[in-house]
Write a protein that binds this ligand. Structure first.
Ligand SMILES: Cc1cc2nc3c(=O)[nH]c(=O)nc-3n(C[C@H](O)[C@H](O)[C@H](O)COP(=O)(O)OP(=O)(O)OC[C@H]3O[C@@H](n4cnc5c(N)ncnc54)[C@H](O)[C@@H]3O)c2cc1C
Length: 290
């Protein structure tokens, strides 16, 4: 199928994009931002959405850069592609563990052709429950910068997702950047289960140790926004003294008891997958040299 007809305008700056998005709201025009087009493209083709105006933001330089905030935090522009993060040189992300985590997550998204176009901001805004960045960035404790007619506001990644394809973005707002905390990443684990390489995962888990909360693991692909489960410190510590197979089984049993009831309700296999993937992420983090 082909998309329904629409108008197209490429914004040259973030201010212009916000003006176009805001201005169009007044005129009762159905306006959409397009970044990499990797999700919006298929939705247009299938006529699941029929915007009257598309505002292309992917050429805005300010949105395509990896920089530093005034406080020294890593700031990733919304239109930085997955491929750019996968290939990010140490010079742009010198924090070794954080860089490795970001490269690993980016490199596991879909396949290379999609990664060269798909953007971190588009992934967050689209809020597919099985997407990688919403879960990975929640585990990292990142913040999302939203730019709108009233200025910029910051929303924690942990409360950015509101449900299935729902986010904290208000009408007229555009995702401008992702800002990461300055506290160093000491250890991490990131696991997902895909039936086929390049497909969206059926279970996804991220675990990041910044010296305080390794006992929390974030779960994705649950059908809604990412959700955290907090492991009992005593169980984790106790399991460390046992053989690897015993440890894995004790942790998986523990994680299984923590899964909220609504996850994969009534589907024992899917719940097992979530517990297994989360356990592997925790073990990867625990066994990474601090
Ligand atoms: C076959 C296939 C497999 C995939 N597998 C995975 C996977 O395994 N894991 C994964 O995480 N992702 C996966 N994706 C998704 C892909 O990686 C993109 O991240 C995703 O399509 C959105 O990014 P985009 O830049 O292409 O956004 P677009 O398609 O351009 O936009 C998507 C939505 O977000 C809005 N939007 C875009 N940018 C902004 C912004 N800055 N501010 C406000 N709104 C914005 C648009 O209006 C639109 O509603 C897959 C996609 C395909 C087609």
């Amino acid at each position: 199928m082909k998309p329904a007809p629409f108008h197209y305008q490429a914004a040259r700056s973030l201010d212009e994009a916000i003006e176009l998005v805001g201005g169009s709201m007044d005129d009762d025009v159905d306006v959409r931002v397009i970044a990499g087009g990797q999700s919006l493209g298929p939705m247009l083709n299938l006529r699941m959405v029929r915007p009257t105006l598309l505002i292309d933001i992917h050429r805005i330089d300010a949105l395509r850069t990896i920089s530093r905030s005034a406080e020294g935090a890593l700031r990733i522009g919304a239109c930085v592609t997955h491929a750019a993060l996968e290939d990010a040189p140490a010079a742009s992300i010198p924090e070794q563990r954080l860089g490795a985590f970001l490269r690993f997550v980016a490199g596991g998204i879909a396949y290379r052709a999609i990664r060269t176009r798909g953007t971190i901001g588009g992934s967050l805004a689209h809020a597919d429950p099985a997407a990688d960045w919403p879960c990975a960035l929640a585990a990292l404790g990142a913040s999302i910068e939203l730019a709108g007619p009233g200025g910029t506001r910051v929303v924690p990644a942990r409360s950015f997702g509101r449900g299935l394809f729902e986010t904290a973005i208000e009408p007229g707002e555009v995702v401008a950047a992702v800002v990461l905390p300055t506290a160093p990443v000491l250890r991490w684990g990131y696991r997902k289960h895909c039936r086929k390489i390049g497909e969206f995962p059926h279970a996804l888990a991220a675990c990041v140790d910044r010296g305080d909360d390794l006992f929390e693991v974030w779960l994705g692909a649950t059908g809604g926004a990412p959700v955290a489960v907090a492991l009992d410190r005593a169980v984790v510590v106790q399991s460390a003294g046992t053989a690897p197979a015993q440890r894995r089984s004790a942790l998986r049993e523990h994680v299984a008891t923590l899964l909220p009831d609504w996850i994969a309700q009534g589907d024992a296999y899917a719940r097992h997958l979530h517990a297994q993937v989360a356990t592997e992420a925790v073990i990867d983090a625990l066994t990474m040299e601090p």
